[in-house]
Ligand binder design. Structure first.
Ligand code: TXA
Ligand code: MG
Length: 502
């Protein structure tokens, strides 16, 4: 089947293209059309063959009901019965707009349209072209989002084309959708009205009209045993082609975690896409950073969400990391989609805690084993693997005798120590490397693949001290003693910092 693209201008909704689209719907065909939320894939709501064709075109399971779109509030009666009075209050308050109401269906709506349910989802879209299409077709239009099942919802005609070209009769192209995430779904057939899918009409906004509203638990807890009330919520959704992981936490930690993943990916030959807020954009390295919008403007983030996910498909990245947007005022709608797109893979960067500490010095037989040995005797909240390494280890030298003597006089026995070369494999994602000198740090970052400015630090600087640990090499035993004291004091501060960071 050839899919015909019908360009329609916002300012002239009466034109021929729309007549043509309306005729297709009336004759039982399928037309993708813009709404204020996302593009819908429309067919005659009262024609069960149209409904079946919609499921087939999307590859959507037929137990996942469609939303019936109406052009005027009075059309509610044409599909629903036992309509509570407050449904009309909601319609008055939010229609046309991104709110879908679940009501008892009347007999005129075929079960195919409602996925076998006795209830029907109805909404009046805030898009003149959509409403004109409904009026001109003389039908009510059943429409799911116009993506292939499981893919991000389409917010442009190009997105629809990418998924459904050749599978539907026509696509009305009227530019990008304004809102960008699908409507809020509110079930009015339960004792207390229940939000089945969060959207831009928030719980608080609905409460102002209705009083009490609850959010369906099975919606937010994918793992819960409750069967989701909106059948669509049980299916995999919105997924970009590459695997997506959300990283939450303090911005600096998030960036440090994501940057380490970019580097790790580079070593493995994997490309990494990043979804960043405008505010944090500059924190990320790598070639595939996309700005989704400002944290001050959640509408912008919602508007760009799906197109950003699809852009990464075009770039063919191997994996995607996204900042979390859970601190936005109305985070629900965005995080619900993002978490589903990520298959609920969410990492807390604040909790990615260090498990291995490496002290690295030039040849690995002086200050670094001294620091490692001292730290091993200190009490800390967590257990760490503590290692000592050298940057230029020619042969496995034993401990410098003066270091050994000073340690011994402080009650620390080191048995059988031999210097080892620092290798890239030593640096796991939860490793932190400390040097005594800036030049050592620079050298390590330059020469060791996995070392970087997020995991390799000058010890004293890490604890907020500008002075470096003195180098006693070639000096008197007393100088070594002073070095011991200086390291011990710095390590006391380090223990405090690590205990706080957890
Ligand atoms: O913004 C929107 O709602 C867009 C535009 C095109 O209007 N449409 C949309 O449709 O997102 P769709 O099919 O992708 O999502 C509809 C959701 C599904 O999760 C479905 O299970 C649920 O609504 N739904 C439909 N009828 C229902 C019913 N009778 N009871 C419970 N859930 C229902
Ligand atoms: Mg959908």
């Amino acid at each position: 089947m050839d899919t015909c693209i019908l360009k329609v201008d916002w300012s002239d909704v009466g034109q021929q293209a729309l007549e043509k689209a309306a005729k297709i719907i009336k004759d039982g065909g399928l037309v993708a059309f813009p709404t204020e939320t996302v593009y819908g894939l429309g067919g005659d709501a009262k024609n069960s063959r149209s409904a079946k064709r919609i499921y087939r075109a999307k590859g959507r399971p037929s137990d996942n009901p469609l939303i019936v779109h109406i052009a005027t509030i009075s059309q509610l009666d044409e599909v629903a019965e036992d309509i509570p009075e407050y449904a009309e209050d909601l319609a008055e308050a939010f229609w046309p707009g991104p709110l879908t109401l679940i009501l008892n269906k009347n007999r005129s709506v075929p079960r195919h349209t409602t996925g076998g349910l006795s209830t029907v989802a109805v909404r009046m879209p805030d898009n003149e072209i959509a409403r004109e299409l409904i009026i001109k077709s003389e039908c009510l239009i059943a429409a799911p989002s116009a993506n292939a099942s499981g893919r991000p919802s389409p917010t442009t005609a190009e997105h629809v084309k990418a998924d459904l070209n050749g599978r539907i009769d026509a696509i009305i192209d009227a530019g990008p959708c304004e809102v960008g995430v699908e409507s809020t779904i509110l079930d009015l057939t339960t004792d207390v009205p229940t939000i089945l899918r969060p959207g831009m009409i928030t719980k608080e906004m609905i409460e102002q009209v209705l009083g009490r509203v609850i959010i369906d638990a099975s919606k937010s807890e994918e793992e819960s045993d409750d069967k989701p009330k909106a059948p669509g919520m049980k299916y995999k959704h919105y997924a970009p082609k590459a695997s997506l992981t959300i990283v939450e936490g303090r911005p600096a930690r998030v960036a440090s975690y994501i940057n380490s993943q970019i580097r790790e990916g580079n070593l493995l030959g994997l490309t990494t896409g990043i979804i960043a807020s405008e505010e944090n954009r500059k924190r990320y390295g790598g070639d595939f950073v996309k700005t989704i919008g400002s944290l001050e403007d959640e509408k912008e983030i919602a508007h760009n969400l799906y197109s950003t996910l699809r852009e990464f498909d075009d770039l063919k990245v191997d994996r995607i990391y996204s900042e979390s947007f859970d601190n936005l005022e109305n985070a629900d709608a965005i995080m619900n989609r993002l978490e589903k797109a990520a298959g609920h893979k969410v990492i807390s960067a604040d909790k990615v805690s260090i498990s291995r500490i490496i002290f690295a010095g030039k040849n690995g037989s002086n200050r670094s084993p001294m620091a490692a040995s001292i730290l091993k005797t200190m009490k800390m909240d967590k257990n760490y693997e503590i290692l000592s390494r050298g940057i230029l280890v020619q042969f496995p030298e034993p401990l410098n005798p003066k270091i050994e003597a000073v340690l011994k006089s402080n009650g620390i026995e080191v048995e059988d120590y031999h210097a080892e070369q620092l290798k890239s494999e030593d640096i796991t994602p939860t490793t932190i490397v400390f040097t005594m000198e800036e030049s050592h740090r620079d050298r390590i970052i330059e020469t060791i693949d996995r070392a970087n400015e997020d995991n390799t630090f000058v010890l004293t600087k890490y604890v907020g001290n500008e002075l470096e640990i003195p180098n006693p090499y070639g000096g008197s035993l007393q100088l070594y003693g002073l070095c011991f004291e200086s390291i011990k004091e710095t390590l006391n501060s380090l223990v405090n910092v690590l205990d706080q960071e957890g």
